[in-house]
Design a protein around this ligand. Structure first.
Ligand SMILES: Cc1ncc(COP(=O)(O)O)c(C=O)c1O
Length: 438
């Protein structure tokens, strides 16, 4: 059904433009009101299938589920805030224990915060404390957040950094973006040469290796364009970190929480990091984040790091109910994600064969990106076409988000109904067909 936008929406957008500081608002006029599972309704009563999970926050469905909401409501009536970094409390501790049980063996300490950027700020500080070193290596295309430390690591769009530097003690290395190889090579004959740049160029010419505290990486780049590196790339980066005595930090803020069919996206690459950061879906819809460290790293000195709201009891209650849902449904969820994923990948790859503007389809599990180009040979990014496809889908009742230069990310709930996955893809294909005709 065609979406109808009226005065209610126009009025909110007008008032917003007068009082709110600019952020990254999408160009389509979406003002959500309520949601449930696969669907969200705007303030005009239009219904949308959600393929955005509201930026990877609703992995278990829009507005989470009743158990999550009830747990949060119950905690509101008991005690909302307990100053967890100052006073002891059993509930965040029990949640930390549960979270650790989802982690690879050997992980044993947790710090709670409220957002992805804070989880990464904590990881930066912990890595520096644990190694007594000060330099960080991150990757081009990375997005780790927008506060002082994490913004230094972010290198996804120049506008995000403009005016805010300098960012000392950070060096960026090429990421394995095989569709647009930064070294103009081809996988697999390249031998994953991009991963060697850290040793061959950065460490030999610019950064003494015994000054590197950590290498930060997203196992799959999110905001950078849903870029899936070859397994060997992640393995080589792990080895580089080991060879120079640096820690490997995996930012799982977007890729974690079963998005790829595994609790951590790193599990798809056969190596572990030393520190994991998580946020977004971890809070079941509330602001919540965690930095999880390898037990052997020990602890940080008392007073070196803390915050006000980390371990907030309402957020912990929601996070706990959501994680409990994952725990109970783990097997079925994992196989369901793979079933949905293979159906989606098949259809999207058919679209790639059919439409000139679909350049690349990539992803693991339900973290899928479709990159649009003006020409399959030149691979010129098709940013305007992406905007048009997003708007066309919105007008037909499908919510999607862009990422990178000209990629659309397809990230439905992990438990989305197959019928809605099919309907969503039908709307998407109609839009791609229309925009590709010009
Ligand atoms: C991989 C990754 N890290 C960190 C962040 C920052 O998270 P937040 O916006 O909660 O600070 C994001 C946000 O999109 C992200 O995708």
């Amino acid at each position: 059904m065609a979406v109808k936008i009226g005065d209610k929406t126009r009025s909110v957008i007008k008032r917003d433009s007068k009082v709110m500081i600019n952020t990254t608002r999408e160009s389509y006029p979406f003002v959500p009101d309520r949601g449930d599972g696969d669907f969200v309704y705007d303030i005009e009563g239009n219904r949308f299938i959600d393929f955005s999970t509201f930026i990877s926050v609703y992995n278990i469905g829009v507005n989470a589920n009743k158990e999550v909401r009830d747990a949060a409501k119950k905690q509101i009536d008991l005690l909302m805030h307990s100053a967890f970094t100052d006073y002891y409390n059993e509930k965040p501790v029990a949640f930390a224990e549960k979270l650790i049980s989802f982690m690879p063996k050997g992980f044993g300490r947790v710090f709670f915060s409220n957002s992805g950027t804070e989880a990464n700020e904590a990881a930066i500080k912990f890595a520096k404390l644990f190694t007594d070193r000060s330099h960080i290596i991150a990757f081009y295309g990375a997005f780790h957040g927008r506060t002082g430390g994490s913004l230094g690591l972010t290198a996804s769009k120049a506008i995000q950094r403009k005016h805010f530097g300098p960012f000392p003690n950070v060096t960026h290395a090429p990421y394995a973006y095989c569709y647009r190889c930064p070294l103009k090579l081809e996988y697999p004959s390249c031998g994953i040469a991009c991963a060697d740049v850290i040793k061959k160029e950065i460490l030999s010419k610019a950064v003494p290796e015994n000054e590197v505290a950590a290498i930060f990486m997203e196992p799959i780049q999110g905001e950078g364009g849903y870029i899936v590196p070859p397994k060997e790339f992640v393995k080589k980066i792990r080895k580089t970190a080991d060879d120079i005595g640096a820690l490997l930090v995996a930012d799982e803020v977007q890729s974690g929480y079963m998005r790829t069919g595994k609790f951590l996206a790193m599990e798809n690459f056969g190596v572990d990091a030393d520190i994991y950061t998580m946020a977004k879906s971890l809070g079941g819809g509330l602001p919540f984040a965690a930095t999880v460290t390898r037990s052997s790293l020990g602890n940080i000195p008392k007073g070196a790091h803390a915050n006000t709201f980390g371990g907030n009891l309402v957020a912990v209650a929601a996070a706990n109910a959501s994680l409990e849902y994952l725990r109970r449904n783990m097997k079925g969820l994992a196989s369901g994600i793979m079933k949905r994923s293979s159906y989606m990948m098949r259809r999207l790859n058919e679209m790639k064969d059919k439409y000139d503007i679909v350049g690349d389809v990539r992803g693991i599990g339900l973290m899928i990106g479709v990159e649009f180009v003006k020409d399959k040979k030149t691979k010129e990014p098709a940013a305007e076409q992406v905007e048009k496809i997003l708007l066309e889908c919105f007008n037909k009742g499908l919510l999607l988000l862009p990422s990178g230069m000209s990629t659309i990310r397809i990230i439905p709930a992990l438990n989305a109904g197959m019928d809605n996955i099919e309907k969503g893809l039908d709307i998407f294909e109609e839009a791609v067909a229309k925009i590709s005709r010009g």
